[in-house]
Structures are given as structure tokens and as C-alpha cells.
Design a protein around this ligand. Structure first.
Ligand code: SF4
Length: 881
């Protein structure tokens, strides 16, 4: 067994992992007890990482136009085409679209190549979609993109305000840290501000179910309350800030009286005043916010309206306080640090003449970009318009994840040259690639990532590179060298790159820039290998920097990186979202994450255990709205916007406000033929950050009533016919593949249809109830279930769970054969709650009732549920309630 310390590749919590590998390359994953982000805990996704390490579905060789080729051919092709396009159209005709999945070293090289040598600013990252408003807000207030505090502050706070953050599902381990902190100190207060009642609300003292998009009215109102009730920290205001009077005046005038705030937010006056008083009474307040704040056309203003309240009361720079943005991706912060957003230059420097000169000098750049490039939405619009002729997409899947996803798809289909670097062969984006570069996957890569609390951790390889896969930085460097930039891209290892990056961060810095790692220099390969998790800045000029322990907390000295050295209040006038519901599109659609999936499911979608919780996409709708639209629990529905159409199951829940809908963001064309939710979302963006408004799309919803519905369970994956099937979902289950299907036309003969599509030689047992439109078929091979299909008139079909269990049997009993054919089995619909031990809702409810279980601990002792990763604890708490 060899043991490697590395970091989780999923969310921005940045949990440490120990990967143990045996001589057969069998890998066991455990939480790293020494890592200060997670202290040994991992969530359901992190624990299941070993299931993502196989080579099935991997891209293993370079390809041109879907044909394998050697590396030289592929690299030469890209370098030659880049040179031709630059010569013909100029550097602006080239663009890179990169990802928070990249390691810092990959990011650094991509940014240097584009901004220093190609000579355009056209590199943007998918982090634009999750946290660029936080970046803009920090820069406006602090003069720098600096997260002031850390995770410990969240535990130490007396009041934690969670705004637009379903921490329980999106950042599970940080949620668990908060949950434990509250159990130790029951007086700690937690307020959740969110239009939805999410799993996070299970530990909240108060849930403020605010109207979607109305946050600024609330926080402007809070600023007003703090001023008029004399809760300001005048000394802090004087010493450390500028612009309070104007910001306060704007807040007061634009947000109006408490009854105006009530009207805009939809909250009761009493609720609002209680929250204001709670904020005022607690010095140690952390306001943690995430995509619910950022993904808005007012995202940057929302961030600053929160920061204003912290500045006004001096709740910053000390233990247990501060505004805190949680990033979605494992290395969104690394992307910000290297400058891989189109409006940054490098190393937290922007496009000022001084910074352009400095970076040009340091890189010895032949063609430094001097102005920002195209942000994500503009970038794909430019591809669509034919202005960008070549786009290189790295480790991301924009055909699923960008707003107006159908336009993105069309843009790539028509683009002259699409290059995709990925570890996955087939996804919605690789389908449009002219050139495919096979990259290393997690477990094979070497480099660094930065989590949401500025902590840099190592990702270390513990598996060899399979086939012809290469590091992203190597591929980028090879293309750059072929374009004539040999010297600037002659890296031989990720340590080489990191050393250069560290040196740039300190180059002519002298305390003028927040991002400074120069305390690490000189930095040997051995030191890089051994680097322990450390929070930047790491330098002499950081007041509390303690060598390799870095800097826990920023702005303790009340000095900021603005010209005046003071934090800047921003005057904020609230404004409505870009597009409002109307008669035609009367609902507000919100999109977001679910507990056990990551991004576009290219990895987590391959793990049966993670699909037990949710395998099929759904739309949450309030029962009253569902009743009006004649929609039943679990029935199929269509949701449409001005841009596209989505289809999935209805989930009726009072967690959703009336008039609001929620659809998960993850589902792709490989898992479903119509569940890409971003085909609905309009590309409206925040004017400062360029972040799209994913949380407020006007849509309509209606029941979808196909002629037939059904499902197939099969031992082997199937190729489904497109004829007769209008809705299809493919879900990997524990013992088989599950296909959920529906159609608007019905084959004349299901038996012939089965023979025609799934093998003429298979013998089918069949059961037909023509009067009720039920057709059940099963094929057994040597008494073992091979494939079965159930067709009905609507969604009232046999429960899948019990049937899936039959695939484990060596031989079906007569009773099981009968159950199989009649579709009757003992299992009712039973959603899995605990993915670790595969325990469903029904078993838990029965045990809670019959064994009189009252606590999470008792459930863990009796049922095991919740005793491993803990990701299901919020749902267990809800069941206990
Ligand atoms: Fe990975 Fe889960 Fe930790 Fe996020 S919370 S870093 S997904 S283990």
C-alpha cells in the first residue's frame, strides 16, 4: 500500500484526502485528518471518488476530426491553425474557455500563453458562472480580491447568516463543521436567507424565505437600521473606511421604509426587524453567501450591500466575523489568483499600464494584452457571430453549463476550430471538437488548488498517466513552443511553473498587492512536493503571516488595498432582475446543485451509489401551483422559457414558494434527451462581473401527457431507438441500467419493437393487460434476469427498487417471476436518503416510528444512516421533525 495526501477535486471546501493504492492500483479513499479544511471528514461525493478512477469513458489518445492521431500531429495542427488565424484576423480571433477544475499550474500557463504571447485578453473561466460577482464586490470594497476570514470564523461566530447558500448540499463538510459548532454552542444563531426551504434550513434558527432577487432591499434596510439605531462602529468608520455617508443615503432613499422592504422582500415586518436586531446584537457575525447572491444581474451590488453592513459595524478582520464568499469549484480561487478571468491580467493584477508593464517585464512577453478580453457570455456570442475563429475549451462542458445552451451548441457547431482538452471522451462539448487533447484526470495530476478560505493545498498524483494522456500545462506549453515561444514555456514540471508563479506574485510587490507567495522562495522541488496546506499571503509584508503557516485572517490591521488604504463603501440602488414573469411565462425558475452530483455529471453520473439519491431530473413546484396546472407528484412536465424547453418529473413540495420553480443544473444529454436546464436560461449578466442570472428565469410549466410511459431495466447498457421515444433518461443503478421512457406515438406491437431494437434472438416472457394499456416483458438468461420492460398509460408503473434487486439473484423463484411479470413487488417508491448504506426513506420512517428514534445518533446506531459521510443528516433531521 502506498499512501498519498491529496485534495478533493469537487467543491470549494477543498477537503484533504488520503488515497491508498495497492499493487493492483486498487484505490481506497479516506479523509485526511491532518487537513485543516475537513479534519478527516468527506461528503458523499468525496467518499465515492474511487469509483471515478476507471478508464471507462476516458479520452486516451489525441484526435483530429474523430480520428486518433499522434501528439505531434495534433499539437502541430493547433499551433499552425493559431498562427494562420492570428495572421489573418488578429489575436482577438482566438479564445480560451477554461475551468475551476484546472490546477493552478495549468491555469497559470493558459493565462500566460493567451495574455502574454497570443496577445489578447480572451481567456475566461467557468468560474465566471459561480463567483465572479464576489470577486467584483471584494475589489470594489477592499481594492483587492481578498476573502477576509476563514472556516474557523464560521464556527466561532455568534451569528452566521447564510445568504443564497444551500451549504448542506453544496459545501457539505463546511456545513457539518457549522452543525457541530452549533451543537457545542447552542446559543450560536443561524439565519438562512433563501427563497427556498433547503436542507440547510434544518439547522437554522430562522429561515427568511425572501422573494427571489430582493436581497439588496434587505441589506440596505439593515444598513439604515444600524445607522438609525446607533449600532455603527464610529471608530472603525473613521479609521478604516470611506464613503459611508453616500452609501447610507442611497440605501435609505432607495430601499425606503420598513413597509417598502416588506413589500419587496415578501417578509413580515417582525421577521425583518428581528433579523436586524440579531445582527446588531452580535459582534461576531459571519455573512456567508454563495451562488444565490452571485448569480444575478445585481450580483456585485448584492455582495457590496452585505459588505457595507460589515464595514459599518467593524465586523471584519477579527475572529468570528466578516463577509465570506463560498466558491463552487475546487480551484475557482486559483483561477482568480493566476488571472484566468478575462478582466484580470495575472496574479491579482489588472490591466493598468503599471501592471501591464510589470507582467510584460516578468514574463518577457512578446505580445502582452493591454485590455480585458471577452467574458464567458460575450465570448460565446463572439464565437456564434464568427468573430472568434478558434476556441480552446479546457476541462469544462459549456454546452450543458452556460445559459442559452442551445446557442452555445450552435456556436461550437459552426466555429472554424474547436479544441477540447478533457479526460472524458463523450460529452455535449467534445461532440463539437475538431481537435481533442486527452488530459490527466484526478489521481494522475500534480499541482495545487486554493479553497474558499485562501488555503493552497496540493493535488498529488497517485496513479500513473494512462495511455497518451498529458497534463494540461504540458499540452499548452507544447503548442506555445510550436508557435515560437520555446523559452517562455520550457517548463519541465508543475513545480517549475509554481516557482515562477510564486516569483511573479512577489515581483515588485512590496505590500502593494494582497496576493503574495514570495515567502515560499526559494522553493525547491522537494519543498513543493512536501507543501502543506497554507493560507496566502505568505510573505513578510502580511502583518500576521507566520512563515509557512501563511495568513489566517486579513485586514486585521484595518489597512486595505485601495488607493486611500481604506475600505470603500459602495452606494447601492436596488433594481429588479433583468427579466420578470408575465402572463406568458408566469413562474420564476431557479437552478442549482443537488446533494450527490457534481457539475455536468461526467464523473459523479457514473457512480450508481451517487445516483440512488436522485437519478432523474425534476422540477420542484408548490402543491397549489401544481394543482392549478393539473400536475401530479412524479408526473412528467415540460418547462419552457423564451429560449427553450426542458422535460422532467414534477416534485411537489412546500419548500418551494408559490410562483417559483427549481430545477437541478447537472443533467446532460448523455443522461437524458431533454434535461439540460440551461437551454431555458437567458444570458443576462451583471454589468460589472459579467456573471449570468441563473436564479431568475421567467418560465411556464405544463403537464406532459404522452401516449405511453415506461421503463426498461437491463443488465447491459442499451442503444435506444429515437423513433417512438420522446422522453428518455439513462440511470446507472447498482446492478443494472435503468431507462425511463415516454412517447407520443406507440408502436403497433411492443413485442416486435423489443425484438427489433434489442435482439431478435431474445426470448421474452410477456404479460399484457390491453384494457389498461399495460405491457410487461422480461428476458431471462439461464434463470437470471437480463432485461425487463414495463409500459403503461401514465406514470403509475411498478416500483423500480424491488425489480432492480432481482438482478442480484442467481435464480428467480416462481414468486419473483410472477412479481416480475405482473409488476407487483413489495417495494413502494423509496428514495434513497443515505447513499453510503443504501437506506431509503421508507425504512427510515418505519424505524423512526417503530423504534421511537429521536436523534441522529440513535438513527446512526440502529440503522447506520448518517454515520459515515453525514451528507444525509439534514434530511434525517427533517424526517425526525
Ligand atoms: Fe469534496 Fe465534499 Fe469536501 Fe466538497 S465537501 S471538497 S465535495 S469532500
Amino acid at each position: 500500500m502506498s499512501s498519498t495526501q491529496t485534495t478533493c477535486p469537487y467543491c470549494g471546501v477543498g477537503c484533504g484526502i488520503i488515497a491508498q493504492t495497492d499493487s493492483t492500483q486498487f484505490v481506497t479513499i479516506q479523509g485526511d485528518k491532518s487537513h485543516p479544511a475537513n479534519f478527516g471528514k468527506l461528503c458523499s461525493k468525496g467518499i465515492a471518488l474511487s469509483g471515478t478512477l476507471g478508464l471507462e469513458g476516458r479520452l486516451l489518445h489525441p484526435e483530429i476530426d474523430n480520428n486518433s492521431c499522434d501528439w505531434n500531429t495534433a499539437l502541430d495542427k493547433v499551433a499552425t491553425e493559431f498562427k494562420r488565424i492570428i495572421e489573418q484576423y488578429g489575436p482577438q480571433a482566438i479564445a480560451f474557455y477554461v475551468s475551476g477544475q484546472l490546477l493552478t499550474e495549468d491555469y497559470y500557463v493558459a493565462n500566460k500563453f493567451m495574455k502574454g504571447f497570443i496577445g489578447a485578453g480572451n481567456i475566461d473561466t467557468n468560474s465566471r458562472l459561480c463567483m465572479s460577482s464576489s470577486l467584483s464586490g471584494y475589489k470594489r470594497a477592499f481594492g483587492s480580491d481578498t476573502v477576509p476570514g476563514n472556516y474557523e470564523d464560521i464556527e466561532q461566530a455568534d451569528l452566521v447568516v447564510l445568504v443564497g447558500s444551500n451549504l448542506a448540499w453544496c459545501h457539505p463538510i463546511l456545513f457539518q463543521r457549522l452543525m457541530i459548532a452549533k451543537e457545542k454552542r447552542p446559543n450560536q444563531k443561524i439565519v438562512v436567507i433563501d427563497p427556498r426551504h433547503t436542507a440547510t434550513c434544518e439547522i437554522a434558527d430562522t429561515h427568511l424565505a425572501i422573494n427571489a432577487g430582493s436581497d439588496i432591499w434587505l441589506f440596505n434596510g439593515l444598513l439604515d437600521f444600524l445607522r438609525y439605531n446607533d449600532y455603527l462602529d464610529y471608530e472603525y468608520l473613521e479609521q478604516a473606511t470611506a464613503g459611508f455617508a453616500a452609501a447610507f443615503q442611497t440605501a435609505r432613499e432607495s430601499s425606503g421604509s420598513i413597509s417598502d422592504i416588506t413589500q419587496h422582500t415578501g417578509l413580515e415586518e417582525e421577521q425583518i426587524l428581528e433579523f436586524f436586531q440579531l445582527f446588531a446584537d452580535n459582534k461576531k457575525v459571519v455573512t456567508l453567501y454563495s451562488q444565490g447572491v452571485n448569480q444575478s444581474t445585481s450580483g456585485t451590488d448584492k455582495v457590496n450591500s452585505i459588505i457595507n453592513c460589515h464595514l459599518a459595524t467593524g465586523r471584519l478582520g477579527q475572529v468570528g466575523m466578516g463577509p465570506f464568499s463560498m466558491t463552487g469549484q475546487p480551484n475557482a480561487m486559483g483561477g482568480r489568483e493566476v488571472g484566468a478571468l478575462a478582466n484580470q491580467l495575472a496574479s491579482h493584477m489588472d490591466f493598468s499600464t503599471e501592471h501591464c508593464d510589470l507582467v510584460q517585464e516578468f514574463w518577457q512577453a512578446t505580445n502582452i494584452a493591454t485590455s480585458p478580453g471577452l467574458k464567458a457570455i460575450d465570448l460565446f456570442n463572439a464565437v456564434h457571430a464568427g468573430e472568434v475563429k478558434a476556441i480552446w475549451i479546457m476541462a469544462t462542458n459549456p454546452v450543458v453549463s452556460l445559459p442559452n445552451a442551445n446557442l452555445v451548441k450552435q456556436a461550437l457547431a459552426e466555429c472554424e476550430l474547436v479544441i477540447v482538452s478533457d479526460c472524458v471522451r463523450d460529452n455535449d462539448t467534445t461532440a463539437h471538437a475538431n481537435v481533442l487533447f486527452p488530459t490527466l484526470a484526478w489521481g494522475e495530476k500534480n499541482g495545487t488548488v486554493t479553497n474558499s478560505e485562501r488555503r493552497i493545498s496540493r493535488q498529488r498524483a497517485f496513479l500513473p498517466a494512462p495511455a497518451e494522456t498529458k497534463a494540461d500545462w504540458w499540452i499548452l506549453s507544447q503548442v506555445a513552443q510550436r508557435m515560437g515561444y520555446e523559452k517562455a514555456f520550457s517548463y519541465s514540471s508543475s513545480a517549475d511553473i509554481f516557482r515562477e508563479y510564486v516569483a511573479l506574485s512577489g515581483y515588485k510587490n512590496e505590500g502593494t498587492r494582497d496576493f503574495d507567495l514570495s515567502g515560499l522562495l526559494p522553493f525547491s522541488d522537494e519543498e513543493y512536493q512536501a507543501l502543506k496546506p497554507v493560507q496566502w499571503p505568505i510573505c513578510d509584508s502580511s502583518e500576521h503571516c507566520t512563515g509557512l503557516r501563511g495568513t489566517e485572517r486579513m485586514f486585521t490591521d484595518k489597512r486595505f488595498f485601495t488607493n486611500s488604504g481604506k475600505a470603500q463603501f459602495i452606494s447601492i440602488t436596488p433594481r429588479p432582475p433583468a427579466s420578470l414573469p408575465d402572463i406568458k411565462f408566469p413562474f420564476v425558475l431557479n437552478t442549482g446543485r443537488i446533494r450527490d452530483q457534481w457539475h455536468t455529471m461526467t464523473r459523479t453520473g457514473r457512480i450508481a451509489r451517487l445516483l440512488r439519491h436522485t437519478g432523474e431530473s425534476y422540477v420542484e413546484i408548490h402543491p397549489n401551483d401544481a394543482q392549478t396546472a393539473n400536475i401530479n407528484q412524479g408526473s412528467l412536465v415540460t418547462v419552457s422559457s423564451r429560449l427553450g424547453k426542458w422535460m422532467g418529473r414534477a416534485k411537489l413540495t412546500t419548500n418551494q414558494q408559490m410562483g417559483n420553480l427549481f430545477i437541478p443544473m447537472h443533467f446532460n444529454s448523455q443522461t437524458s434527451n431533454c434535461a439540460r436546464v440551461d437551454v431555458l436560461v437567458a444570458p443576462h449578466t451583471d454589468p460589472i462581473s459579467g456573471q449570468p442570472e441563473f436564479k431568475h428565469t421567467p418560465v411556464k410549466i405544463s403537464a406532459y401527457r404522452p401516449v405511453w410511459q415506461g421503463f426498461i431495466l437491463s443488465k447491459q447498457p442499451l442503444t435506444l431507438p429515437t423513433k417512438d421515444i420522446d422522453y428518455s433518461v439513462k440511470i446507472l443503478s447498482d446492478n443494472c441500467w435503468r431507462y425511463e421512457l415516454a412517447g407520443e406515438t406507440k408502436p403497433d406491437n411492443w413485442n416486435l419493437w423489443l425484438h427489433h431494437n434489442f435482439g431478435a434472438d431474445l426470448e421474452w416472457l410477456e404479460y399484457q393487460d390491453r384494457a389498461n394499456g399495460c405491457y410487461n416483458y422480461a428476458n431471462l438468461i439461464q434463470d437470471r434476469l437480463n432485461i425487463c420492460m414495463f409500459i403503461g398509460k401514465d406514470e403509475k408503473l411498478p416500483a423500480r427498487h424491488g425489480l432492480i434487486q432481482l438482478f442480484t439473484r442467481d435464480k428467480l423463484t416462481p414468486a419473483e417471476r410472477l412479481a416480475l411479470l405482473t409488476g407487483h413487488n413489495d417495494e413502494n417508491i423509496n428514495n434513497t436518503i443515505c447513499a453510503c448504506f443504501n437506506i431509503g426513506h421508507n425504512e427510515l420512517v418505519t424505524a423512526i416510528k417503530e423504534q421511537d428514534l429521536k436523534t441522529i445518533t440513535q438513527i446512526g446506531e440502529k440503522m447506520q444512516a448518517g454515520s459515515n459521510c453525514g451528507s444525509c443528516i439534514p434530511e434525517l433531521k427533517a424526517l425526525l421533525k
